[in-house]
Design a protein around this ligand. Structure first.
Ligand SMILES: [Zn+2]
Length: 421
């Protein structure tokens, strides 16, 4: 089947131009100023066309936590947020830490409406097995504990993993928080049930210590290091400095919309709903992260979509799980920031499409280009919408951005040539 997207402004070669796009099967087969006459056509009517977002950090919770999310609800939510590819984290039950577990997860997700791939968790026992998993894009390291408790922070083992990354080409993606610091702070603040204590327990120091250690190990052993969800000023400063060194060319990092758009003032209003790991911190941290994002020190933005039920989140602070859903709001929040002239569109497209494709080796994704996959989003930048909990497709049915009016509207998402919406 062929499909033409006519009369839109497509993001091609780093800028928006009046260009029509021809899709044949799953691929982009033509880009032209001339209108394509095909059996099926979408009249974009002046809307913009961007490459679909590649979300390199989601928790779609299967197997084991289907009550929180599954691949149907998760991918439907992703489609509504303009995300066409997701990379799922391994802290499921069972954890994705072996080849059979990876195969089981692949089978569960096979009917997802978005493209997907999976991270495998590093454990003290599985490095030999990881070495022989073909086409692995990334290995997840929980340097500090979080949902799932798959701790991996032994220096010798990490060194071995970096050497394996150098040999096999996969990316070592790290949740960088120092366990010792977190436990010490947890003892110090035990008994406090106000959610804002989360920032004190999962502190800037906890993140900075872990990042410093990881940068050192990476420098010594090589391979590719990607620091997930950076949340603090010190953390991003350490990364910025390390990026200027020789090993810095294989060092990348990510920020989530939670850390870019929220700060600790949110605890008062939203309590445990904004409890996530690493914690949301003060405004100085949010500002430092935003600056690093605009500058490009932060390579990619990913959601860390981590849904829990509202009942689970309603528990007291010490018992409520950490995590915030985000696939439906990431792209709209970023495009709204473009509308408000806080960041250029080019920078956003790079952070959600082009760069994640490069880092995680999606060779035919991330750009609107002839021969590339037809993963596209049609967006109306003139229309606004309000984020509403009850209209979300995630099973979690809440967003910290509930009630916020955003200037942009995701009109249609196309995955592998198939239009949704
Ligand atoms: Zn995560």
């Amino acid at each position: 089947m062929s499909l033409a997207l006519n009369n839109g402004k497509a993001f091609v070669n780093g800028k928006l131009s009046m260009l029509n796009i021809l899709i044949e099967g799953k691929k982009i087969s033509g880009i032209s100023k001339k209108r394509f006459g095909t059996e099926k056509e979408i009249d974009c009517n002046g809307k913009i066309i961007l490459p679909g977002a590649i979300d390199a950090h989601v928790h779609f919770r299967c197997p084991g936590f289907e009550h929180k999310e599954d691949w149907f609800s998760g991918s439907l939510a992703a489609l509504h947020g303009g995300i066409t590819t997701v990379m799922d984290m391994p802290n499921t039950k069972p954890a994705t830490d072996s080849r059979p577990a990876l195969e089981e997860k692949r089978a569960i997700a096979k009917d997802a409406m978005v493209n997907k791939d999976f991270f495998v968790a590093a454990t003290n026992e599985n490095l030999q097995e990881i070495a022989f998993i073909p086409d692995l894009r990334g290995v997840k390291v929980y340097y500090g504990s979080t949902t799932g408790n798959i701790l991996f922070n032994d220096s010798a083992k990490l060194a071995e993993l970096f050497r394996l990354s150098k040999k096999n080409g996969f990316v070592v993606v790290v949740h960088a928080e120092d366990e010792e610091t977190i436990s010490r702070n947890a003892k110090k603040f035990a008994g406090i049930e106000d959610a804002s204590v989360h920032e004190k327990i999962r502190s800037e120091e906890a993140e900075a210590r872990a990042i410093a250690k990881l940068i050192e190990l990476h420098k010594k052993n090589g391979g590719k290091l990607h620091i997930a969800h950076v949340s603090s000023r010190k953390g991003i400063q350490l990364i910025a400095r390390a990026k200027k060194t020789k090993s810095g060319k294989n060092l990348t990092c990510e920020a989530t919309p939670n850390h870019l758009f929220l700060d600790s003032s949110a605890y008062k209003k939203l309590g445990n709903l904004v409890k996530c790991n690493p914690s949301i911190k003060g405004a100085v941290h949010r500002k430092a992260l935003w600056k690093a994002f605009v500058k490009g020190t932060i390579d990619i933005v990913a959601t860390d979509h981590a849904p829990h039920t509202q009942e689970e989140k309603a528990k007291k602070y010490s018992e409520a799980p950490s995590g915030i859903p985000g696939v439906e709001t990431m792209f709209p929040l970023l495009l709204d920031a473009v509308s408000r002239k806080k960041i250029p569109l080019k920078r956003v497209v790079k952070a959600v499409s082009e760069k994640p494709a490069q880092i995680f080796n999606w060779k035919t994704k991330g750009l609107i280009k002839k021969g590339f996959d037809a993963d596209l989003v049609i967006i109306d930048m003139k229309k606004a919408f309000t984020v509403k909990n009850e209209e979300l497709f995630t099973k979690a049915k809440y967003s910290p951005f509930n009630g916020q009016r955003l200037k942009c509207f995701i009109a249609q998402t196309i995955v592998g040539g198939q239009p949704y919406g």
